[in-house]
Design a protein around this ligand. Structure first.
Ligand code: HEM
Length: 543
């Protein structure tokens, strides 16, 4: 649809009790007093000065002065939509979560984003894309906070501030705003070579998607599912777009960044507005929950590794449809608070050290971004189920809590399910239970397992899986981005990493940069190419 086809207000006149149309017959103050005039301040005579006693003037200006909240520290630039998830029932044997019961339809909100640019940055920058889904399940909210790249830059969350500081604009001049083309980024990834796998995905066409509607999504970490018998499985989540995976060319991305910085935002909203509802299938790769948490030699707790789909096929478990645009960007897209730790009974985490850090980080950042501990009361964050927590008070508290005993068990406020010997109803037995996973006897250390040491085999496998045109794009992307570095030593160190990935890739980029190509310093491992990694030879679903 043409952008002009968009309705004037986008207003939702439906039954949502949270929507305030602000179109009543009378304008009022925030405290409900009818106003006569909102265009003239109260002055001593028509030529002033303006009087401090003008409450409406002060209230109007003060509220405006406080309209902005901090943008997200990462993923600041985003765009969202409402929809639903419909389960096929195929996951019932491995997970007892209601969201996966056959035919269960769960409302969702999805927010897509870039990672590094600020709120006003262009949509088509070369970057990773966020793909975060909040499922308002009947057992509470589950957030699948995913990216469009299946691996991450780092293996341990303690380095997250470092990679983000390296990727954000230089602190002296705040340049560049939304690209990986600079010294600190390449300095980091050439020193912390675990980042090479994620980086080659960024340099491939996956770094410049054609549309949010045409992106895969990946949970990255391995998660643990629990079935009705209490048996656990390890899984990796995949979103597969019905429209297939498509990218822009670099030239298109650059031009669109200037001509229409809102390209992806507009594309998503226009598609939904015109009834071409974007759709994905959710699938899982399933692994036995063995004590090693290793599959075919691949450490499932290392977030810089994939499991090729040829080794573990992605099995479809449901579909996602986005069918409603936001009514108000701030209330919904900006105020939504995703958290990798928002889990529901049947879905649990693993010990992946990146995931473990995320479990702390999201709530912490939202405390300052959303102004205190009560942001789950915001309409977009409220679960579509009963909330009966023990929380009290705090900034922006909207509930009027009754009762005199804000602790449990107690003998003052009536029955309490937590009292010793209390009868647990059927509903309560379905409550969240942490999977009873054995923690190996161990010593406190600050080190990675040796399985985390191989930074190049899968990076090379990705390269070897590409079609000739995709390889050509990757060479050009490295050459352009590295060409923007001022420091020659950084270019040389990154060329060394490229030599360890593939000598041809290294030689081509070195020629482009006018530098000599170094020899590999590690043995090159030839893992079998994985056709599913290629946008041209893979497909939304194998076959
Ligand atoms: C957003 C931290 C790794 C996906 C965020 C935010 C923080 C954060 C602080 C901003 C949240 C907000 O303001 O509401 C971290 C840390 C990580 C990490 C500390 C590693 C230790 C990852 C990984 C993924 C991911 C591995 C993908 C699997 C996202 C997405 C968003 C986000 C999609 C945007 C959510 C939204 O649209 O509101 N992350 N992150 N992050 N993160 Fe992470």
């Amino acid at each position: 649809a043409a952008p002009q086809a968009r309705t004037a207000t986008g207003a939702d006149t439906g039954a949502d009790p949270h929507v305030r149309t602000q179109q009543g017959a009378h304008l009022t103050t925030a405290t409900g007093v009818k106003l006569r005039d909102t265009d003239h301040s109260l002055k001593a005579g028509s030529r002033g000065p303006t009087l401090l006693q003008d409450h409406h003037l002060r209230e109007k200006i003060t509220h405006f002065d406080h309209e902005r909240i901090p943008e997200r520290v990462v993923h600041a630039r985003g765009s969202g939509a409402h929809g639903y998830f419909e389960a096929y029932g195929t996951a019932e044997s491995i997970c007892h979560a209601a969201v996966f019961e056959k035919g269960e339809t769960t409302p969702v909100f999805v927010r897509f984003s870039t990672v590094l640019g600020n709120r006003g940055s262009m949509d088509t920058a070369r970057d990773t894309r966020g793909f975060a889904t909040k499922f308002y399940t009947r057992e509470g909210n589950w957030d699948l906070v995913a990216n469009n790249i299946p691996v991450f830059f780092i293996q341990d969350g303690i380095k997250f501030p470092d990679i983000i500081h390296a990727g954000k604009p230089h602190p002296d001049r705040e340049i560049p705003q939304a690209q990986s083309a600079h010294d600190t980024f390449w300095d980091f990834v050439s020193l912390h070579t675990e980042a090479q796998h994620h980086t080659i995905w960024n340099m491939s066409d996956r770094g410049i998607p054609r549309s949010y509607r045409m992106m895969e999504g990946f949970g990255v970490h391995t998660f643990r599912l629990v079935n009705a018998e209490g048996v656990t499985s390890l899984v990796k989540f995949h979103w597969k777009p019905k429209l297939g995976v498509h990218s822009l060319t670099w030239e298109e991305a650059q031009m669109l960044g200037g001509v229409d910085p809102d390209f992806h935002r507009r594309d998503l909203a226009d598609a939904i507005e015109s009834g071409a509802f974007p759709e994905w299938e959710l699938g899982v790769q399933v692994f036995e929950d063995n004590p090693e948490q290793v599959f075919e030699g691949i450490d499932l707790l290392d977030p810089t590794k994939i499991v090729p789909e040829e080794l573990a096929p992605v099995q479809p478990i449901g579909r996602l449809v986005l069918n409603k645009n936001t009514t108000n960007f701030f209330a919904e897209t900006e105020q939504i608070a995703f958290h990798a730790g928002h889990l529901v009974p049947g879905i649990d985490v693993t010990d992946d050290p990146l995931l473990q850090t995320r479990l702390f980080s999201y709530v912490d950042t939202q405390l300052s971004r959303l102004g205190g501990p009560n942001y789950n009361q915001l309409p977009i964050n409220r679960p579509h189920t009963e909330v009966n927590d023990m929380f009290r008070d705090g900034f922006h508290q909207h509930a009027v809590h009754s009762g005199v005993a804000p602790y449990k068990p107690n003998t003052l406020d009536g029955g309490c399910p937590f009292a010793a010997g209390a009868d647990l109803s059927e509903e309560q037995t379905k409550a969240f239970t942490d999977a009873a996973v054995r923690v190996a006897e161990s010593t406190k250390v600050r080190e990675n397992p040796v399985s985390y040491d191989d930074h190049y085999s899968q990076t090379r496998q990705f390269w070897l899986s590409m079609s000739p045109v995709e390889k050509e794009h990757i060479i050009r992307a490295y050459t352009f981005e590295l060409g923007k570095c001022y420091e020659q030593a950084i270019k040389e160190r990154q060329l060394q990493a490229l030599a360890n990935i593939d000598p041809v890739l290294c030689a081509e980029v070195a020629t482009g940069l006018g530098l000599p190509a170094p020899e590999p310093t590690v043995p090159l491992t030839d893992l079998a190419p994985s056709p599913a990694l290629s946008q041209l030879t893979g497909g939304p679903w194998p076959g």
